[in-house]
Design a protein around this ligand. Structure first.
Ligand SMILES: [Zn+2]
Length: 401
């Protein structure tokens, strides 16, 4: 079964061979043909081949599906009161995670799965067609395995984050917790995970601890990624580069040396910026342009979590990145699509070319620039994921009066 999507005013492919050599590889007056789950043809609409079915994109724009390389979706409860307190002047620390850990441990599987499915649906509605999901709110062997099993129900990109914080019952013996994370917990979790991650920051784990845990995870067959540089300057960014991690996430306080290290590792380690975290903690934003100009590979992700960034909206991240992090609209779109794919070491998504997965988003806008130009407006009209067309028409609600 082939489907022709035609009458696309502006098609972003992220293939520089298209268009004028720009990284976004834009084709105007475009069309594409989907065959099953993959793209079978892409080009100017006047040259499009026949297909079994035909859908007009009504002169709007089409972009690759967003690739969200950083989420924490498996949790119970919410922390709006903490957010309100913070917006009233209280500072953010890593300690609030403990309240989500308690709620998550107390929740049954069905509650956790329902929460994950609700957020997955939100991601899809906002145009995300691939996403990563971490454990990290269980922090016992059993609860971390359970979190990864539940994450696995919605994505293959699962990440073991037993080293999120030291749980309160280990407060007086953090070494015992670190040994458990890098020993029995890792062994139990590794079959359910692709990645290992550590929250390397003030109030969580230091660089030596992060090195110990990541090295153990890599020996168990997982690939590394790391949270570093969110709350202050940290040698964690260079640790990620040194270990060949796929991504180092936050990088808010990256130093000149860190930027240079990331530029030198552009083919290995992506710098993933998470504007939702700075927004929701009223913190300073990292400078995306500084990283891009130096030659680093940069991704943007939601960091969806109940404490420091409870958003599933990549368009929101784009708008903030453009307004406050010195990204151009083109750089921000690339970072949320091809950049996210690089951060997950995926070459089948994030780019629209023949043979890649048919993951794309039709916008209610003539250009992708509207994602930043019209902040907060729901511009995602419909989503095609692995060739399946998902439409979300507004439902008319009957009046009860
Ligand atoms: Zn995170």
């Amino acid at each position: 079964m082939t489907v022709l999507y035609t009458n696309i005013r502006e098609l972003v492919t992220n293939d520089p061979a298209n268009g004028d050599g720009d990284p976004l590889g834009i084709i105007t007056d475009a069309a594409l043909v989907v065959d099953g789950a993959k793209i079978a043809w892409i080009g100017r609409r006047a040259e499009a081949p026949d297909a079994d079915d035909r859908i007009s994109c009504a002169d709007t724009s089409v972009i690759p599906g967003f690739v969200d390389s950083h989420t924490h979706l498996v949790f119970a409860g919410e922390r709006s009161a903490e957010f309100a307190a913070r917006m009233s002047g209280q500072p953010y620390g890593a300690g609030g995670i403990a309240s989500t850990v308690a709620a998550t441990r107390a929740a049954d599987d069905a509650t956790l799965l329902a929460g994950v499915q609700r957020l997955t649906d939100e991601l899809l509605r906002a145009g995300v067609t691939t996403f990563e999901c971490k454990s990290g709110y269980g922090l016992t062997v059993e609860d971390e395995v359970r979190s990864l099993r539940i994450a696995k129900a919605v994505t293959d990109e699962t990440t073991f984050l037993g080293a999120h914080v030291v749980p309160t019952e280990f407060r007086d013996d953090r070494e015992a917790y670190i040994e458990m994370v890098s020993g029995p917990m890792l062994q139990a979790c590794a079959p359910h995970a692709r990645w290992v991650d550590v929250f390397c920051d003030r109030g969580a784990f230091d660089v030596d601890e992060a090195r110990h845990i990541l090295t153990a995870g890599m020996a168990a067959g997982l690939d590394a990624r790391l949270h570093a540089g969110q709350l202050g300057p940290s040698a964690g960014i260079r640790l990620a580069v040194e270990l060949g991690a796929a991504s180092v996430d936050h990088c808010t306080y990256a130093t000149d040396d860190d930027v240079e290290a990331l530029a030198g590792a552009a083919d290995t380690t992506v710098a993933t910026l998470l504007p939702g975290a700075e927004f929701s903690t009223r913190a300073r934003y990292p400078d995306g342009r500084r990283l891009i100009d130096a030659g680093a590979t940069v991704a943007l992700a939601t960091d969806c979590n109940p404490g420091s960034s409870f958003t599933t909206s990549m368009p929101f991240c784009i708008a903030v990145a453009v307004r406050d992090m010195n990204f151009t609209p083109a750089q921000a779109l690339w970072a949320t699509t091809a950049g996210g794919a690089a951060a997950l070491r995926r070459d089948d998504v994030g780019v629209l070319t023949v043979g890649r997965r048919a993951d794309f988003v039709r916008l209610d806008a003539p250009s992708y620039v509207h994602l930043a130009y019209r902040p907060g407006v729901p511009l995602v009209r419909d989503v095609v994921t692995a060739g399946r067309h998902m439409a979300y028409p507004y439902q008319k609600v009957e009046s009860r009066s």
